[in-house]
Write a protein that binds this ligand. Structure first.
Ligand code: UDP
Length: 239
């Protein structure tokens, strides 16, 4: 077996909005965005077809608005718009490095993004363009994790790589509970049954019903995306 050959040909990388924060309390740290783009460029160089679903939590989350009395749908639409801002930042960083991208938004924003047309997106991937999905599925009451699962299935990605702040799935929050145990592998149903806060249940259920594996890993560990793509041990595999 060639240790440097990717085990996946087409992936969906889920980046939370928080991954663009760097050390900022809010918004987009351009240097952090560039370093993520650099890692994406490296795996792109391995001839892996890459689609990215970007979140918006660094700018706005629907639930933060509803806590203060906003209508849920209005707050969620604000969250959706936040993901579009993030996608533009990531696209800029990638294109500056010479990686050709296409930004696909689930909400119509003609000036900055294409609409989602499944067959066209697949064509972009086949041509080696990195696809950045924004605006989730375009509807309130969903998360970008669920959108990641849905789009991954539509484009027939072989895996979802979910980049997080921790190095995998734990039995409890490892920051609060020192006895929390990390899983190398865990079944979808156990994630749901144990109420582990890794992805929402809609996202996990979609993956479970369609046998789409998820690898949860720490984005801050440099080279982790590549390790996951090469099939090396990293994070937790949900299957
Ligand atoms: N959102 C939505 N529908 C979707 C995806 C996202 O309404 O299909 C909204 C929701 O308010 C969410 C916000 O967009 O809180 C940002 O997405 P998310 O919280 O998933 O981002 P992340 O946690 O990955 O940064």
């Amino acid at each position: 077996m060639n240790e440097d050959a990717p085990v996946y040909k087409r992936i969906l990388l889920k980046l939370s909005g928080e991954s663009l924060l760097g050390n900022l309390p809010f918004g987009i740290d351009v240097k952090t965005t560039q370093s993520i783009a650099q890692e994406i460029k490296e795996i792109h160089g391995l001839n892996v077809q890459i689609a990215i679903m970007i979140g918006g939590g660094n700018i706005f989350r629907g639930t933060s608005g509803t806590g203060d009395g906003m209508d849920r749908a209005s707050a969620d639409y604000m969250g959706l718009l936040a993901t579009i801002i993030n996608a533009i930042a990531l696209q800029d960083a990638l294109e500056k490095m010479g990686v050709v991208t296409r930004h696909i938004s689930a909400i119509e924003v003609k000036a900055v993004a294409e609409p989602f047309v499944r067959r066209r997106v697949v064509r972009h991937l086949e041509k080696g363009r990195v696809v950045i999905f924004s605006a989730g599925i375009g509807s309130p009451y969903f998360t970008t994790d669920t959108a990641a699962a849905l789009r991954a299935l539509e484009i027939k990605a072989q895996v979802i790589l979910k980049a997080t702040k921790v190095d995998g799935v734990y039995s409890a929050d490892p920051i609060k509970d020192k006895k929390a145990k990390k899983y190398d592998e865990i079944k979808y149903l156990d994630v749901i049954k144990q109420g582990l806060k890794v992805m929402d249940t809609t996202a996990i259920s979609l993956c479970k019903d369609n046998h789409l594996p998820i690898i949860v890993f720490n984005l801050r560990g440099r080279g982790n995306i590549k390790k996951a793509i090469l099939g090396h041990k990293v994070g937790t595999k949900i299957y």
